[in-house]
Design a protein around this ligand. Structure first.
Ligand code: WT7
Length: 657
């Protein structure tokens, strides 16, 4: 974490602060906003437990809770202890019970143009049937169920069916490789996996089930695989182990009694990257998580009954869990769910969909906004986007240029933008504007959500009022991760040791300006953020050295105009021969197979050795300077000064291939 100070350095801040424009809430927006009273912040700060309880009390409880918060053994918080509830009931039954069974939960749009309208009643019916099917397959409370699916409604149904019977879902992003799926199933001891025959990628089916078959043998905890037929590709099925979704649903009972879950019972785990090669199983609970996503979704997105809400993330990331599934459904929202890429079959696909459904709230990532900028303003201008009234951003810092483009070209200059900072670990949005109250500054996630307390600390733990340092959260919040699945010690040492057991170390460097606004600068650990996707340098390095032609590898993140950061790999080939394009291509394929295409290095440089100290430690700072083409100064103290020149020659040369 030694580089936090220079990462939070002044040069980067200057870039972020290039624009001095500020955007107060439009008066008509403010007048009817869900959060319209600025006192909300002071009230929540004065009594955070009462504030969060006011949201928990809006959930449907089977038995009421006895205590709002037990923080007697930090960092292991207990929220709403003594209560029981069921997440699927909160997302479905209570809306149907209130007479809203015909209300649309999702307008689903397939990549191939197919469309389905799924009401809350439909979703409840499917969820109960699939929950019964899972029970029939011997899955029950506390069992882990993997989900590796395209963005189809069945993915949501699978998650809710797990919630209904108390099984813990473990969703793996559909863009990961089957090898990554197998690893995540194995470490979580998953009993079942729900997948699809294939997923559509730009019009072509890409096999999922057959790929899973090739890797899952190692994950022998899997007893059952359920297969959704998405692409009609007739995948291999192993009798006894594999079942077709459609057959299970057809045979299942329509009514499924929901499992009463304790507030603190796990709802799901979701693996994310950390500083080591081993992914972390972030574990979230039932009541606290639902409370957090309900409150943030309603206030940050200003959700109203007549909104058409679209979060364009994937269900396989925390953004999809919290703001496609649980938050919107708990709030009874009408959502759009889109399966494919933003530029398939054409670069105006998103805007065509937004116009068709009259989307009012749109939430995406800066990297996607930058891609849209590249495709040109003609694309959105071809469609009527006048129903939009609020825009959101998530996943990485949004550069002011992209912010201003989003505001002008997508929002027509009238929509507030909520830049939402949070993490897989925080479960829900932590720092973001309340769009009817907060004046926004392009590039800043602005201020903590009511009830959340964030600070910037220096390396010795002193608070920095104005300036840069380590971002921390200093009060427990209901949607906080409770542990790392099966690794409580790692949970403590990763997040809760640096500044004490009641201070959450975020892992981001940030700055606070004179108005108390937070500006996220970047990670302080060995995590690379590519297109808002979190990847561990160690995980990529271990995938690269897994290739037989590679002796050693070091990976860094370098700034990239489109993806925020890009992966740069420094590789020593076996035998010290300098690598060629064939080896580059082989390494890329290897990483794609081990982790997924999203982890492929954008550039690879080869040398006989990596720049190391005499004691053999790789000097990563030097790798960053080499990648940036900076002057290096004295390198004679290196073990092998010659490798630096080898690498520099490749950086200077235009990339081949
Ligand atoms: C990391 C968490 C939260 C869902 C998507 C990512 C970065 C996230 C922002 C933002 C600047 C952001 C941080 C954070 N990040 N949102 N609005 N501004 N940076 O979840 O994969 O758990 O990654 O993403 O570095 O620590 P995740």
């Amino acid at each position: 974490m030694g580089n936090s100070d220079d990462r939070a350095g002044k040069a980067e801040l200057d870039v972020l602060l290039q624009t001095e424009q500020t955007f107060p809430p439009p008066p008509d927006f403010a007048a009817s906003a869900n959060a319209a009273d600025p006192e909300i912040y002071a009230r929540a700060a004065a009594d955070p437990e009462a504030w969060w309880a006011s949201w928990a009390d809006q959930l449907a409880w089977i038995t009421p809770y006895r205590q709002v918060l037990d923080w007697s053994e930090p960092p292991f918080a207990r929220w709403f202890d003594g209560g029981t509830l069921n997440a699927s009931v909160n997302c479905l039954d209570r809306h149907v019970g209130a007479g809203n069974g015909e209300r649309v939960a999702y307008f689903w749009e397939g990549e191939d143009g197919s469309r389905r309208v799924i009401t809350y009643g439909d979703l409840l019916d499917q969820t109960q049937r699939f929950a019964n099917a899972l029970r029939g397959l011997g899955i029950g409370k506390g069992d882990v169920v993997g989900i590796f699916m395209p963005m189809v409604p069945e993915a949501v149904v699978a998650m809710l069916a797990c919630a209904r019977i108390g099984a813990i879902h473990n969703v793996v992003f559909g863009g990961f490789s089957a090898g990554a799926v197998a690893e995540r199933m194995e470490v979580s001891k998953a009993k079942a996996l729900v997948t699809a025959d294939a997923t559509l990628r730009r019009g072509k089916p890409v096999a999922m089930k057959a790929e899973v078959d090739r890797t899952i043998a190692a994950a022998n905890s899997i007893e059952t695989i359920v297969v959704v037929d998405r692409c009609d590709t007739d995948p291999p099925m192993q009798p006894g182990r594999d079942h077709l979704w459609s057959e299970l649903i057809a045979a299942a009972d329509a009514f499924c009694e929901p499992e009463p879950m304790d507030s603190e019972d796990p709802l799901f785990i979701l693996y994310t990257s950390g500083s080591t090669a081993k992914p972390k199983g972030i574990q979230h609970t039932t009541a606290g998580y639902l409370t957090g996503v309900t409150a943030t979704h309603r206030l940050v997105f200003d959700l109203k009954a007549d909104d058409v809400y679209w979060c364009a993330a994937d269900i396989g990331w925390i953004t999809g869990h919290s703001y496609i599934v649980y938050g919107p459904l708990a709030n009874g929202a009408v959502s759009v769910l889109y399966e494919g890429a933003p530029n398939y079959p054409a670069e105006d696909r998103w805007w065509e969909i937004a116009a068709r459904y009259g989307v009012t709230i749109f939430y995406t990532a800066p990297t996607a906004i930058r891609a849209c900028m590249k495709w040109g303003v003609e694309q959105p201008r071809r469609h009527d986007l006048s129903t939009l009234r609020l825009l959101g951003s998530v996943g990485e810092p949004i550069n002011p240029k992209a912010w201003l483009w989003y505001h002008a070209e997508i929002g027509g200059g009238r929509c507030p933008i909520v830049d939402t900072w949070w993490q897989t670990e925080t479960g829900a949005i932590m720092i973001a504007p309340l769009p009817g109250l907060t004046t926004t500054k392009p590039g800043s996630a602005t201020v903590p959500f009511p009830g959340v307390e964030a600070k910037i600390l220096d390396s010795s733990g002193h608070e920095i009022g104005e300036g840069g340092g380590n971002l921390v959260l200093t009060k427990p919040w209901p949607a906080m991760a409770r542990t790392l699945y099966g690794e409580p010690e790692r949970f403590v040492s990763t997040y809760w040791e640096r500044y004490g057991r009641d201070v959450y170390l975020v892992g981001d460097a940030a700055r606070r300006d004179e108005d108390g606004y937070f500006w996220i600068v970047g990670r302080i650990d060995d995590v690379i953020n590519v297109s808002g996707h979190r990847l561990s340098t160690m995980e990529i390095e271990s995938a690269i050295v897994g290739h037989s032609g590679v002796a050693e590898a070091a990976v860094i993140g370098v700034p990239d105009e489109l993806t925020g950061e890009a992966i740069f790999a420094f590789v020593t080939p076996v035998g010290g021969v300098v690598g060629d394009d064939d080896l580059s291509a082989a390494i890329e394929r290897h990483v794609a197979a081990k982790i997924g295409k999203l982890a492929r290095p954008k550039r690879i440089a080869f040398a006989d050795d990596l720049p190391k100290t005499r004691s053999g430690k790789i000097i990563r700072r030097l790798l960053r300077d080499i990648a940036a083409g900076n002057e290096l100064g004295d390198v004679t103290t290196l073990r092998d000064p010659d490798v630096v020149a080898q690498l520099q020659r490749q950086i200077a040369a235009p990339r081949s291939g």
